[in-house]
Design a protein around this ligand. Structure first.
Ligand SMILES: Cc1cc2nc3c(=O)[nH]c(=O)nc-3n(C[C@H](O)[C@H](O)[C@H](O)COP(=O)(O)OP(=O)(O)OC[C@H]3O[C@@H](n4cnc5c(N)ncnc54)[C@H](O)[C@@H]3O)c2cc1C
Length: 467
């Protein structure tokens, strides 16, 4: 592979990196990470894509840099990295290293953040956070439910009961990155006192022997190494394996899982889009057409294509970094003590929910579209495996469809913009009366009577119980 020593690097130059967001320490970390990407992650990305294998060596390399628990507090021996730093790390892994590893890192880090949120005083969680980097313990966030698709906050086929020795939890997850390979999982179910309100959620920690994963079954268009797959849980776990308390799940989602997942999404998919530009630049600046004595890059149409794609990427990156900086300002640089002092604090969700979802949309759209344009710019060579653009293009398509899909995200942002956040019906609980009355209006008398009878028979047992 091409050496990235000074002078040999072929991608978009540092002129395009918004380095003013980074501290000197973060720039140094990026240098170290790029070197690890060059020597370990990237060669493995090529191999694991071909062989559909799990990139354990890449994860070990990240653990050696103390990046696996980077989001968690310093008091547990972790980096306590801020949002800008986390964004930079995921962008760098995806851009210079391996998109699948960036995805594994993202789902793992979201789970680490969910643990860090409620770590204080929970010896089991505190101990795990301390061991993640030294013992290279990879985790995953297992949320998506087979029956509710990309609405990952809506677990229908799950539940938990308080039993003598702790919690009995049953859960089916449709997709989980690192399924069967992770050392631990954070998963969400309806709460032990569930009474039909799907917003009443709880979060639990499981170790690998308590989870039935699906190692080696991932067979997909791209992101071959991420090994996503179904997960099944039906087990009893000790009391201290609840993360937070019964009913804490919605708050965990709003305050931690969603904002941080969207920041990691933004970093990873901005990185994937940039990788496609870097690879295409290498090709178009080297390939010449003898009949004109010009390189492909010399055609004004190619320059126009690159200009547009670069600007799309830069808008998404600048958006994400500005948002990360705002989150840093609101959380005293990702200071977890805020929640340890006041568990109900909402520095992220009180202001930034829609901003975070928008970051996911922008980055995954950029990643979805940029490789197509870069493929066109590279012509037939771009279609060949050895240019690597083909792999990046396949990997890039995952972001748009990952939950919340970009259709759901756009609808969410649009509805919020039009009617305010109270109009968002996360758990399908609000009745749309105008639509209901309109539909009822279509019924004849017999049809209306049928509905009245049905509702009356539904209400009868409740009335009897009340009397
Ligand atoms: C590579 C990869 C890794 C993943 N890793 C994880 C993981 O680690 N953990 C995890 O929990 N999940 C994970 N997922 C799952 C992911 O987040 C989504 O839940 C999943 O991709 C949704 O797929 P689905 O087939 O159920 O789509 P569906 O939700 O059925 O969507 C199908 C289509 O319907 C559209 N749609 C759905 N609802 C609406 C609506 N209300 N309005 C308009 N359009 C709508 C969607 O946009 C889409 O176009 C992963 C997915 C992928 C691809």
């Amino acid at each position: 592979m091409t050496s990235w020593e000074p002078g040999n690097y072929y991608g978009l130059s540092a002129d395009f990196d918004p380095d003013w967001f980074l501290t000197e320490e973060q720039k140094q970390l990026r240098e170290e990470l790029i070197e690890v990407c060059r020597t370990i992650l990237r060669p493995n990305a090529i191999e694991t894509d071909k062989n559909n294998t799990y990139p354990r060596e890449n994860i070990e390399a990240l653990a050696k840099l103390r990046l696996l628990a980077a989001v968690a507090p310093k008091e547990y021996g972790c980096r306590g990295e801020n949002h800008v730093g986390l964004l930079m790390i995921s962008e760098t892994i995806a851009r210079y290293g391996c998109p699948s590893t960036a995805l594994i890192y993202m789902m793992h880090s979201v789970a680490v953040a969910a643990l860090a949120y409620r770590a204080k005083g929970n010896k089991e969680i505190e101990s795990l956070l301390r061991r993640i980097d030294p013992e290279c313990l990879i985790g995953s966030a297992s949320y998506t439910d087979p029956e509710t698709g990309g609405h990952f906050w809506y677990p229908k086929m799950s539940g938990a009961e308080r039993v003598e020795d702790g919690w009995h939890v049953h859960k089916k997850a449709a997709w989980t990155t690192s399924s069967g390979y992770a050392d631990w999982y954070v998963s969400q179910t309806t709460s032990p006192d569930f009474d039909g309100d799907y917003g009443n959620l709880s979060v639990f920690l499981f170790y690998k022997d308590e989870v039935k994963g699906s190692a080696g079954k991932w067979d997909a268009m791209g992101m071959h190494a991420n090994q996503s797959g179904p997960v099944e849980i039906d087990t009893t776990i000790p009391l201290d394996r609840i993360v937070g308390w019964p009913g804490d799940g919605a708050m965990s989602n709003d305050e931690i899982v969603d904002p941080l997942a969207m920041i990691y999404f933004a970093g990873a998919y901005n990185g994937v889009g940039l990788a496609s530009i870097d690879l295409a630049k290498r090709h178009v600046t080297r390939k010449a057409h003898a009949q004109y004595g010009r390189r492909v890059a010399d055609y004004p149409t190619i320059q126009d294509t690159f200009g547009r794609v670069i600007m799309d990427g830069q808008s998404s990156r600048l958006y994400a970094y500005a948002l990360a900086q705002a989150l840093d300002a609101a959380t005293d640089n990702n200071n977890w003590d805020i929640y340890y002092k006041d568990p109900k604090a909402t520095p992220r969700s009180s202001k930034f929910t829609t901003w975070c979802f928008e970051a996911k949309f922008l980055a995954t759209r950029f990643a979805f579209e940029a490789p197509d344009k870069m493929l066109q710019a590279c012509g037939g060579r771009g279609y060949m495996r050895d240019l690597e653009l083909e792999r990046i293009l396949r990997d890039a398509k995952a972001g748009w469809i990952m939950g919340p899909s970009n259709e759901i995200t756009a609808q969410l942002v649009g509805k919020w913009g039009l009617f305010g956040n109270e109009a968002i019906d996360w758990w399908n609980q609000k009745v749309d009366e105008p639509v209901l009355m309109n539909e009822l209006g279509k019924l004849d008398e017999e049809g209306k009577q049928r509905i009245i009878d049905k509702l009356t028979s539904e209400l009868a047992p409740k009335k009897e119980a009340a009397e």
